[in-house]
Ligand binder design. Structure first.
Ligand code: FRU
Length: 320
């Protein structure tokens, strides 16, 4: 009898404590957290089709999660300039506190960014630039410097001469232009010859197709300089299909751990130049603005080169 009574009391205690866990009070802080979200950041990402952009959004989310007082509304423009213009307009009408944009291309997105800026909404532009100066802050690495470093690295690797294929990023976007101009500067005193070049618009399937044409036309290609790692990988696959991947070196840009760095480790790429996403820095810039601080107009991120020789040591920083 006494045993039964003790058992009943025990059951009641267990039930009460576990019931308590499922009541609304069991998630303390949730409500206070939502109420505390006093600022909204609208983020327009030009596309989420490439791993680098997925990483940028993840970096933004991770940094934003550290600040309970902000919420970030993410929009994916799916590589469509008109859609991206509309997204910024929506953010303006919604009256968000800060806009972060990584624009697909420069000229067509300049007016809408300027419109937000003129209305007093701070705009942080990431990775690809707009034209003029009607934005609050630009966050990104120096693409000209990366192109220059890639050019110099390639000159050294090829001993000053060789036949190169250049697979360019979308040339209406500023990283494509800067990675090309920097590269030309880097190879200017050498006997490197660009035998074939094409705008693969940052996309791996385009790069693969363009490389197929290059391979069909040129029996000798020493190296492919692609403006991003998906482009370099696409070129590698085309060369492999033609049985020529061992005769050609491949160099790319981005250096994501799970992409470019992995390709370097596997020996598919000879080098990958890091292009940091700037996700964390853009959230820091937004937080500074929201708390009334003034920030620099340019936040320039550092970059590293990863090769087989330095990758285990974390790559090598590009010099100033
Ligand atoms: C992703 C991407 C990256 C590249 C960057 C340039 O869309 O193509 O691979 O480094 O954009 O803006």
């Amino acid at each position: 009898m006494k045993k039964n009574f003790v058992l009943a009391v025990l059951c009641a205690v267990i039930c009460l404590t576990s019931c308590k866990k499922t009541t609304p009070q069991a998630a303390p802080g949730t409500e206070t957290k939502n109420e505390a979200k006093k600022w909204t950041i609208g983020m327009s990402q030009c596309n989420l089709g490439e791993p680098w952009r997925v990483q940028m959004n993840a970096d933004i989310k991770m940094a934003a999660d550290q600040h309970p007082e902000i919420s970030v509304v993410f929009k994916d423009a799916q590589n469509d300039t008109l859609r991206q213009q509309a997204q910024v307009e929506e953010f303006i009408s919604a009256g968000v506190d800060v806009i972060i944009i990584s624009p697909k291309e420069a000229a067509p997105l300049t007016p809408v960014v300027a419109q937000a800026y003129d209305k007093g909404i701070p705009v942080i532009v990431m990775d690809r630039r707009v034209l003029g100066d009607k934005y609050t802050c630009f966050v990104g690495a120096d693409n000209k410097k990366i192109g220059l470093a890639a050019g110099k690295w390639i000159v050294q690797k090829l001993g000053g001469k060789g036949k190169v294929v250049e697979l360019k990023g979308l040339m209406t976007s500023t990283p494509g232009q800067d990675r090309h101009n920097g590269f030309m500067e880097g190879i200017k005193d050498s006997q490197i010859e660009i035998v074939f070049d094409a705008d693969m618009k940052w996309l791996e399937p385009n790069a693969r197709k363009e490389m197929e044409s290059a391979l069909a036309r040129f029996p000798e290609i020493n190296l492919v300089y692609a403006h991003n790692d998906p482009g370099a990988h696409g070129a590698y696959l085309a060369a492999k299909a033609a049985g020529r991947e061992k005769d050609i070196l491949f160099v790319g840009i981005d250096g994501l751990q799970q992409e470019g760095q992995a390709y370097v480790k596997q020996g598919l790429l000879s080098a990958s130049f890091e292009y940091p996403t700037g996700g964390k820095e853009s959230v820091e810039a937004a937080m500074a603005l929201l708390s009334g601080k003034t920030i620099e107009k340019e936040i320039t991120l550092a970059s590293r080169v990863f090769t087989k020789d330095n990758i285990d040591a974390g790559g090598e920083w590009l010099s100033e």
